[in-house]
Design a protein around this ligand. Sequence first.
Ligand code: ADP
Length: 518
Amino acid sequence: MLRTSLRSLAKPASRVSLRYYSSYPLSTTVTLPNGKSYEQPTGLFINNEFVPSKQHKTFEVINPATEEEICHVYEARKEDVDDAVDAAEKAFKGSWSTADPAIRGKALWNLAELLEAHKDTLAAIESLDNGKALQLAHGDVALVINYIRSCAGWADKLTGQYIDTGDTHHTYTKREPIGVCGQIIPWNFPLLMWSWKVGPALAAGNTVVLKTAESTPLSALYASQLVKEAGIPAGVVNIVSGFGKITGDAIASHPKIKKLAFTGSTATGRHIMKVAADSNLKKVTLELGGKSANIVFDDADVKTAISALVAGIFYNSGEVCSAGSRVFVQEGIYEEILKEFKAAAETLKVGDPFDLSTFQGAQTSQMQLNKILGYVDIAHQEGGRLITGGERLGNKGFFVKPTIFADVTPDMRAYKEEIFGPFAVITPFKTADEVIELANDSEYGLAAGVHTKSIDTATYVSNKLEAGSVWINTYNDFHQMVPFGGYKQSGIGREMGAQALDNYTQWKAVRIGLQKPT
Ligand code: ADP
């Protein structure tokens, strides 16, 4: 995600307009760019009901492709977060956390079925709200459905252990849920991040209060209706729309929240970890920023490597924490890769997200657009060689041309700092050991890519890379059973796979003293 030091590049978020409504509707009809309409909930989702916030304050949600207003949603303040936490605590103390786990599995399965039934609307909402290409939003929703289904399967498989400590004791362990979980998610994959948070928390028997990002609150509110319809009891899932410093802080500092899961920038992650510690030492998991290395060796299959470079940095308009934003190319193939990568970038369709042939939609906000263009200036000043792009596309909507700078060196800011846009920097290298050193010379460690036909090179390099995910001859290639998360300052904990359940359970050891019967 973003780095605080770069905020100076961005104009203030002028897009956000606050209003006080005595009675803004709790749902509103939204007409999509494809002419279809749907009902968009706008309230806070607390106790399985949509409610206005106590102060009746709303904020504007805009379409990044047109800069026009979609609707307003209610903004949660501290008192609303308190209500949501109370509802979640009551639900946790009810049967949700203690009943047969198969009941939770069934409810999550129902939810997956409902998400599938509503998948076209969900993809359209995601594209409208975030600006991402509709064809990619369909991919996000497919991952969401697979993941919630996977979590349904985990619900009744969290087993403990019998431990043989001799015949004086009967000793066993069991996994228990933690309680009310606070969850704060970003704007680049709004529904996918919702699923990565809600799915494992519920499977393990927790209840949640989740805050969406202020620029993308719509899909989680729509999905909340499905949560209720799936038979998930009131209070188990609570969704509060709002801003980081107000709603987010109320969650991070809440004394009744026992665990905090956050995805966002490293700077914000560092801050909320302190807040979590100072309040009640919540358990914290973080999925943070990255500046991932995508490495092409001389012997790589050029076509496969180019498609991985494109997926690495232009997928989701580059708004991906694991983006392969630092491209390293071995010197024997450097000029060929530059030529092919430029050609591929220039043939990508950028523009109207609802055009199904569009690959790259709009950036999600004016702030992001400004930040990316600011880095173009910086890269020019620092002596980078512009290969393609480097400018805004059109003057309405937050579109940027896919951008590549070559001959970038490790001292340059565009090389070191997370840009979070369709902006690749390319650096040549000679040997495997040299590129390993370059790749690891970063405060981040989220992901990496290695492109080679040699199993020796692939294994040697992937073993030495300091990254939570290494993709060989592929990139940004996710699966619900494969854990994802960061080394170093890219995070704490893993999402998806069996590891995600570790974030939402705690081990209890039970030791029963035994007497010999008389
Ligand atoms: P970005 O700068 O890209 O918005 P952030 O890390 O700031 O990335 O935002 C990710 C999420 O963190 C969003 O939901 C945002 O509202 C929330 N957030 C931002 N600042 C804070 C904060 N001080 N406390 C809690 N949550 C925050």
